[in-house]
Design a binder for this molecule. Sequence first.
Ligand code: URA
Length: 426
Amino acid sequence: MNAAWIITKKRDGQELAGQEIRDLINGYVAGDVPDYQMAAWAMAVFLKGMSTAEIAALTHAMLESGEVLAHTPGAPRVDKHSSGGIGDKASLPLAPALACCGVRVPMISGRGLGATGGTLDKLEAIPGYRTDLSIEEMQRVADEVGCVISSASEKLVPADRKLYALRDVTATVPCIPLITASIMSKKLAEGLDALVLDVKHGSGAFMKTLDDARALARSLVDTGKRMGVATSALLTDMNQPLGRLAGNALEVDESVACLQGGGPADLREVTLELGAEALVLAGAATDTADGLKQMTKAIDSGAALEKFAEMVRAQGGDLDAPRPLAGATEIASATAGVVAAIDTEQLGWAVIEMGGGRKQLGDPIDHGVGLEMLVRLGDPVDAEQPLAKLYSRDAARAAAEKMVLSAIQIGDGPVAAPPLIAERVC
Ligand code: URA
């Protein structure tokens, strides 16, 4: 195999053969193809795209780069995966709530990607929480607790583990073929019966328009169905952060608030709707209304919070241990008006600037930094009114404040926020 030739072919817009894709992925996982060649190839795919056959071959090659979780007998195995957004912490309340509704959730999650935060980075804000479970540990926690959230590893989808981290720092994330293969290789390795995808669109999503989100959802759903997993997607809004808080420890706090029956309305709605969709797909709810009823009961009874604490304990963490935050400062509006638009991606880059995400492979994460939105799209604001609160260290504060201030656009007219859930793709 000659990696340079495979890169050349893709750079020139040609279709790669399945064997070429398999050779490249196997070579990368084995360490024979270096990061710089893989990064060049990912950029060529980003620029030239892939056919459906290439996407299928890439997904299979990544799935087959490691072992898969066995589909053990018992309750249906379900999961949800988000295409990524700012403040998107829905996996944290969703997994334990689903586990309270008679299904098992063996979730393989990711770290921060591009401007978006990652579920694993958020969970690691909980002292002691281990995201590096072995396959056997994942199976045991999924079977005994009902839900587990851990990472890909050298044995479990190692191709995505490596390529995901590389794409994060090489500007090759917003690409339908690479996202499809990344998400679906992880999800297909979980031995699932049903999968619901949360495909985000808007200023803080990889898919900026609803049309692009539809195309990504189609690609994901078709791949899942072809592999025998009941799959559907909800297209959800990311023109402003989900909830009020973005940043690792802050998002754990907001997830706990959601599991206590409180927290922001949009986080609760997305959690309930995605959960209901997963329950229906898995045959654990008769219809969406029944699914919503089961999910609401799981959260409002406190059972889902207790399940979350149980999962955290099973993974070595202590939900009651303090999760310290950096010092807080507020940024205020220069003018009066209405919140007309939010550059949500820029808010994500601001969190990374503060140290809440990575700029380079292997950068350490500061779990105590982040931001709290004090306004939402369409809100009226006065001059000098605080728009956001930043939790930051001294070195990055000024740059992050500037980024957040310029991301929140104040205009004149009334502004209607887009619907939180735009469509269902099945
Ligand atoms: N989530 C993933 O797991 N992979 C992507 O490429 C994007 C979102």
